[in-house]
Design a protein. Structure first.
Lengths: 220, 82
């Protein structure tokens, strides 16, 4: 599987994501610069975390209007899988590929810690690997100041009805997000945005392999 | 030259944690009459345009294309001579 990792000015999880994807046998990750206008030939696209454009105006707002985004929209419309993590999730909501918005954490603080999550839909092509486990609870790192997911009540109802809420914070909700949302897909299920960082949980020596399952699911 | 001044505010039903923190500080400082605080932002755009109607319509396009996230924000603007 050929996987693009988009690099924006200010991305800072691009290298981690590139390494994580390449860590999985059967995935070949390559960097694609934000000024590129094509994603042809890629089976999946990864949008990394960081502070693209220094979070100017709103987190993800300027990256969501960068040249590569037209190609990303086309790829997503054609069914290519797109995974946006952290700032990548913010970019996917800003460009309209995912509904809702991410704004300031309710406690105003930047939060960097490992949190408990529930995989609330194990039927998506990103999460099938979590289905066979004894528990659908996972632990992944979060590191964000603007991860407070919000949307109107109609959108929330649609997300619930369609099974688009894929990850929820379990126990404590760290940022005030509506319905404990930590990650959602689009209606078609080929675009996933999530605040937690699966690329930081790839091997036992990293403390957890809970993130690795997501990349393996994408490959399979 | 004309200048557009865009005022962006969070929608009423979106919680404003910054506003809540500032409200708390105001009350602590001895302003109990402060009942609510909402924090927005002001964006000034200088336009090479002399027709204020054209400027208005272009500024509206800019708001919708980039300056405002209509999921969580409302906006208003005015055009002034500069």
């Amino acid at each position: 599987m050929r996987c693009a990792v988009i690099v924006f000015p200010g991305s800072n999880c691009d290298f981690d994501l590139y390494k994580a994807a390449n860590y999985i046998e059967g995935i070949q990750a390559e960097y694609v610069w934000y000024t590129s206008e094509s994603l042809d030939g890629f089976d999946s696209v990864l949008v990394p975390g960081g502070f693209s454009y220094g979070d100017a105006l709103r987190a993800g707002a300027l990256a969501a209007r960068a040249p590569i985004l037209k190609a990303l929209q086309r790829a997503a419309d054609a069914g290519t899988r797109v995974l946006g993590i952290c700032n990548g999730f913010q970019i996917l909501t800003e460009c309209g590929l995912l509904p809702g918005a991410l704004h300031r954490n309710s406690g105003l603080r930047f939060i960097c810690k490992t949190v408990n999550l529930e995989v609330s839909n194990t039927a998506t092509s990103f999460t099938t690997g979590y289905a066979g486990r004894t528990s659908t609870h996972v632990r992944l790192a979060i590191a964000h100041g603007e991860g407070n997911y919000t949307c109107d009540s109609d959108t929330l109802q649609k997300l619930e009805d369609n099974g688009q809420i894929v990850f929820r914070y379990s126990g404590d909700n760290p940022n005030g997000s509506v319905a404990n949302i930590a990650g959602i897909t689009n209606e078609a299920g080929n675009v996933l945005g999530m605040m937690p960082h699966p690329e930081r949980a790839m091997a036992d020596w990293m403390g957890s392999t809970d993130g690795r399952i997501l990349f393996e699911s994408m490959r399979n | 030259m004309l200048k557009g001044i865009v005022t962006v505010s969070l929608k009423q039903d979106v919680l404003d944690p910054q506003g809540q923190a500032v409200l708390h500080s105001l009350q602590t400082l001895g302003f109990p009459e402060a009942q609510n605080v909402r924090i927005g932002k002001s964006i000034e755009v200088w336009l090479e345009e002399s027709d204020s109607q054209k400027a208005e319509s272009r500024l509206k396009e800019m708001c919708e294309a980039l300056l405002v996230n209509s999921v969580i924000e409302d906006y208003s603007f005015e055009i002034v001579e500069d």
